[in-house]
Design a protein around this ligand. Structure first.
Ligand SMILES: [Zn+2]
Ligand SMILES: [Zn+2]
Length: 485
């Protein structure tokens, strides 16, 4: 064989190889080349990212869809063991708004070791997290250029659905172990611009969580982004601004701490609902972190708050029916839009309850009820019902002669779309989040008391939906001791 002929043969082989590459594979290989080449990429063992950033308060801001509340993130450090599928993030976050837990800095350590998710408390105690949260962290491992492109380069990965949107080529990737993500690559630079994964969110149902990459810089022959922005659907949840990063550096031990690795996956416990009679026809349904109040009218029952999730809300509704069999639970007052207090609204709708909420939450509740929950079908997805909603913009009096409830808007730093309930005959005030008797920090108590005094309500007892029932005097005491907000 002469030299000329072998060169021709080689060309044929190369052409065949190229012809076999699908357009999706081409995009992935272009991305790998732009990041530093397939070989360099495959050789990366670890990445350590340090910097600062911002976290936003999805579902907990002052009004639905607001994004003004933020935590400044400092001492951010994320260490990734690329091949080992392990990562650990350490950070300090400082609330830059009137946060109910107070304004002190909070140190967090969160890790993932393949399927095991864990947190390490400031005391050093490690605990395993639930499987859904661990799965989300495992998905987060893929929302990074190096890990995503490496996963897509795996010959066992399935690449489909190439399309172009806004100057980016998008490819769907299904890894050999069944994890799916969307890889977006800049048409001009061929660098990954975004990785998106689908997830279930208790409140929002089917969501897309994405991390966008910008400001690439060369680190030891690998292009790494210096700015990472994470979103849940269109809501920005966090930004990281990298100040220093390194590849193939010592990460320390990223294995899950023994206490977490040997622990069973915490499974959701069936909710406990306790019953405490406040007065005739008024009960506090507690037993967990988030309570509800139940109020009896002549021919129906009204619930205040369907918090947390399906399980809690359904258990509370079942307890109400058990307390007064034959009297339908017809209404639920949604105290405010915060995810932890509206997480059971879909279940309440599925049970046929009419939702009463502040006018400023109407669009939010309508959206929540409409959203698809196909990944993890919830009570409403399994039993669809139309939303019945009544809104409150000023004081609303609900009475049938036997029972009277006043609903007041109680706007403030915690939520602008908050309702509180006053029972004039019982001289009881049902309050949510503005005052939590028993907590060490009362960020909103002083303002709450001030607003209350302006209203000239005669209140003997505070019935809080966190904490224990206390006399009015306790509020006065705690409000006086509360830090100025
Ligand atoms: Zn709240
Ligand atoms: Zn709360």
């Amino acid at each position: 064989m002469n030299c000329h002929r072998s060169l021709a043969l080689l060309t044929v082989v190369m052409l065949t190889a190229c012809a076999r590459q699908t357009p999706e594979q081409q995009i992935v290989h272009d991305a790998a080349a732009a990041l530093g080449g397939v070989e360099r990429l495959q050789a990366v063992s670890t990445v350590v990212i340090e910097g600062e950033g911002t976290q936003y308060n999805l579902g907990q801001d002052v009004v639905p869809n607001a994004s003004g509340q933020m935590f400044a993130m400092t001492e951010y450090k994320r260490a990734i063991d690329v091949a080992g599928e392990r990562a650990r993030t350490e950070l300090v976050r400082v609330p830059k708004f009137t946060y109910w837990q107070g304004l002190a800095a909070q140190r967090q350590i969160q890790g993932i070791d393949k399927a095991i998710g864990y947190n390490v408390a400031p005391s050093g105690t490690a605990s395993r997290i639930g499987q859904a949260a661990a799965d989300d962290r495992r998905a987060e491992l893929l929302r990074y250029p190096i890990t995503a492109v490496r996963a897509a380069l795996d010959p066992a990965a399935r690449l489909t659905n190439l399309r172009v949107e806004d100057g980016q080529s998008l490819v769907e990737v299904l890894t050999s172990d069944g994890r799916a993500f969307t890889l977006a690559v800049d048409e001009a630079t061929k660098l990954p611009t975004r990785v998106a994964t689908a997830a279930n969110h208790v409140n929002l149902g089917d969501v897309v969580v994405s991390t966008a990459f910008a400001e690439y810089q060369n680190v030891d022959g690998v292009q790494l982004p210096a700015r990472l922005t994470t979103r849940t659907d269109d809501f920005t949840t966090g930004e990281v601004r990298v100040t220093r990063q390194a590849v193939d550096t010592d990460t320390g031990d990223l294995a899950a701490p023994a206490a977490a690795a040997s622990a069973a996956v915490p499974a959701p416990q069936p909710p406990t609902v306790t019953v405490e009679e406040v007065s005739r026809g008024v009960w506090l349904l507690a037993g967990g972190s988030h309570h509800s109040a139940l109020i009896e009218f002549a021919d129906h029952l009204l619930l205040i708050d369907a918090p947390q999730n399906d399980a809690r809300a359904l258990a509370v509704i079942a307890k109400a029916r058990e307390l007064r069999p034959g009297k339908p639970v017809t209404h639920v007052v949604n105290s405010h839009h915060h995810f932890d207090h509206s997480g059971g609204i879909r279940a309440a709708v599925a049970e046929g309850l009419t939702v009463i909420t502040h006018q400023g939450n109407a669009a939010f509740i309508e959206d929540i009820v409409k959203r698809p929950h196909t990944r993890v079908p919830d009570a409403l997805a399994k039993n669809p019902k139309p939303l019945k909603i009544e809104t409150v913009s000023d004081e609303k009096v609900i009475t049938d002669g036997t029972m009277t409830v006043h609903l007041y808007p109680a706007p403030g730093e915690h939520s602008e779309t908050m309702l509180m309930a006053y029972l004039p005959r019982e001289r009881a005030l049902v309050v949510i989040d503005l005052y939590e008797p028993g907590e060490g920090v009362h960020m909103f108590a002083a303002r709450f008391l001030e607003d209350l005094e302006k209203r000239n309500l005669r209140v003997d007892r505070i019935v809080p939906l966190h904490g224990k029932i206390v006399p009015y005097a306790q509020l006065v005491k705690d409000a006086t001791a509360a830090p100025a907000s």
